[in-house]
Design a protein around this ligand. Sequence first.
Ligand SMILES: *Cc1c(COP(=O)(O)O)cnc(C)c1O
Length: 363
Amino acid sequence: MVKRVYNFFAGPATLPFSVIEEASKNVLEFENLGFSILEISHRAKEFDNVIKQAQKDVKELMGLGDDYHVLFLQGGASLQFHMIPLNLMGSGKPALYINTGAWSKKAIKESQLLNKENTKVVASSEDKNFSYIPKDFTLDKNASYLHITTNNTIFGTEYHYIPETGDVPLIADMSSDILSRKLDFKKFALIYAGAQKNLGPAGTTLVVIRDDMVKRCENKTLPTLLNYKTHVDKESLFNTPSVFAVYVVHLVLKWIKEEMGGLENVEKYNRKKADLLYSAIDEMSDFYRGTAEKDSRSLMNVTCRLPNEELEKKFVSEAAERDLIGLKGHRSVGGIRASIYNAFPYEGVEKLVDFMKEFRKNN
Ligand SMILES: *Cc1c(COP(=O)(O)O)cnc(C)c1O
């Protein structure tokens, strides 16, 4: 047996141990082929089966039909910040953004780099240090798209509704809450997520794109690799993908389907973990101060402050001594952050709550 600590890091993050075991076997030898998954050609039929199955599973879990395409790209969610306006912003048709935190800001910046006047921030929660999800925004019906960040990894807020955008395509960065709950995924024209938070190891980025968005890229003169159409036409095998990362994502998708029993159960499990942790924060609110407004609280990243920074430091280091690691908040906001993605075990949250009680009593 290997030693497993409770890993609260925001990403790369904890993965199901059964997936790690399966992957490690196949690192030694992949499916009795006499070579490792690390050595396989991306053109081999055995890998083709892996990526096709992963694409199929994403669609199945999201309830999407053949008008959607599933891609595994490189460059992280950060490259998507630029690829989206590059491919999908039309001239004179503004690209709309809702600013809910650091990652939204980066997406906005990349759009502004392409066309400042055509990039419009239609709502923002920056007035209250990104502690909530704005409810109202003005929708320009002529817009190219509206972009949102469904879960704000750093500030610990999450959309609990899907903005109504009529005919304006809705685009979402779901890097930190992808496949963590049931959603009407058909409401989105494009969904993207770096794999390293909720879906697998670092190295690949999931992009789910609808036909009408692909059409928009058809006549664009863009670098080949930056055009969505290139990847859709070649079913995500235009060039060498991150073979190992895609393989592990495939195992995680299988885990969601077979071991967890689908998204409904994943959501139940995530709610149970988040409820336990938020209840603890609320019950000890004289000591732990939640930073997100209650109706915007994230099920994935739970953030709070302690009475002072000295205590926050002490909390993080004493927790680590109990094998509860990665609890330091993002350097831009401070405080404590517990990332409890799909694969994070309930027992780890129980351990954290016990430690929180003890720490409050002793300090
Ligand atoms: C982590 C994160 C990103 C950045 O992803 P990279 O793959 O490192 O580029 C973008 N958006 C959100 C919401 C994130 O949590």
